[in-house]
Design a protein around this ligand. Sequence first.
Ligand SMILES: CC(=O)N[C@H]1[C@@H](OP(=O)(O)OP(=O)(O)OC[C@H]2O[C@@H](n3ccc(=O)[nH]c3=O)[C@H](O)[C@@H]2O)O[C@H](CO)[C@@H](O)[C@@H]1O
Ligand SMILES: C=C(OP(=O)(O)O)C(=O)O
Length: 436
Amino acid sequence: MDKLLITGGRPLTGQVRASGAKNAALPILAATLLAGAPVTLGNVPPLRDIETTLRLLRRMGAELELLTEDRVAVAAGELKSFAAPYDLVKTMRASILVLGPVLARYGQADVSLPGGCAIGARPVNLHLDGLRAMGADIHVEGGYIRARAKRLHGACIVMDMVSVTGTENLMMAATLAQGETLIENAAREPEVVDLAAFLCALGARIEGAGTDRIRVQGVASLGGAHYEVMPDRIETGTFLVAAAMTGGSIKVTHTRPDLLDAVLQKLREAGAQIESGDDWISLDMRGRRPRAVDLHTAPYPAFPTDMQAQFCAMNAIAEGVGAVTETIFENRFMHVLELQRMGAKIRIEGNVAICVGVEALTAAPVMATDLRASAGLVLAGLVASGETLIDRIYHLDRGYDKIEHKLSGLGAAIRRTSGSTADATSGAGVTGSPTP
Ligand SMILES: CC(=O)N[C@H]1[C@@H](OP(=O)(O)OP(=O)(O)OC[C@H]2O[C@@H](n3ccc(=O)[nH]c3=O)[C@H](O)[C@@H]2O)O[C@H](CO)[C@@H](O)[C@@H]1O
Ligand SMILES: C=C(OP(=O)(O)O)C(=O)O
């Protein structure tokens, strides 16, 4: 099993390119199942989750061609299977995103329940309730969601909670439903907007994406298109926090500053000097230690839960006391236990992690428990004295494109080790390329 070995203490400097957004590419790939003609996608990040999705699409009968590392052609003319089996779904919750498209287009879908995971229970009741309101007959048996419908019809759906993939599933299903669907209390995340733009490029009629009220007029069929996936705001934010923690100065290119307002505001509070242009963000700490920040996670445009672990790592070595409140997932502080092992002074009170910053962390062997917890540990390793060994980095590979290459390009001492040996060359074992 691969691990990351990091020697802390080097300020990050230089320029790094953001990859395409995992959380936009996953629903867009699922949406290709709605397309009646071939689709090509660009800026698709080469990640483990993308590989899994491509495997799932191929298993269902889609024809895939990897044009370059980040460009893929998908022809999903006629599927031969309407099932998303457990062996693929168990590794990636986003597989639930095939439910809406397949049901809408083929009138049947059998999707394995994704189950709980390290960050919380993550039920899918809102997805199922919304599809039922659109006329689907849905049973959950043997761990599978079995959904049937002659043709979905439009409905007015008020979502009890803001759900990103819930909104995406219902919006995709509504594109081929009979009549109008109104989704109230919809997620406003930029990835929902990117998916809507892709669906509109296929011929869907969607208004209001990016607001909490999305209106979809169903059409009889969708065509094909070429589409470029938006940049990854969470990867961008992760690099910026890494620079802030190490007292560095970096520029992230091919990104979207307008999508990171809440994150940039907290970095400014921490003492970072930030500048931005249309597609770049620069951060300069001028060698200073960051100040601890208070924050609350909440749906977009508020502070993203997917950046919470990285800010916990920053608070761990910051000056002062910072309180981080997690309001989205009930169990998203797994990284705190590992940070404590590196000397962080953090205590958890309910859904708040209160951190008294220490001057330095010390390296320790630590265990990655989920995707962003892993990112938090990588950042801690970049500032800890000594060599930090991070185990179970397959979580990290789900969502970060060649993170060790990108960080070493910024001057970090980080390398991947394979299997039981801890002496592999830098970057060995990168599993980034999608292999459909
Ligand atoms: C692939 C993808 O885009 N993943 C993102 C998506 O996950 P995901 O879409 O799974 O997260 P949701 O927005 O659905 O979850 C928000 C909250 O709603 C609850 N809930 C959700 C659905 C449901 O049917 N019932 C229910 O109770 C969840 O348990 C959670 O407490 O949004 C999360 C919140 O921004 C991010 O952390 C994930 O990175
Ligand atoms: C929780 C995340 O992803 P997923 O919903 O795919 O588990 C994430 O990207 O931080």
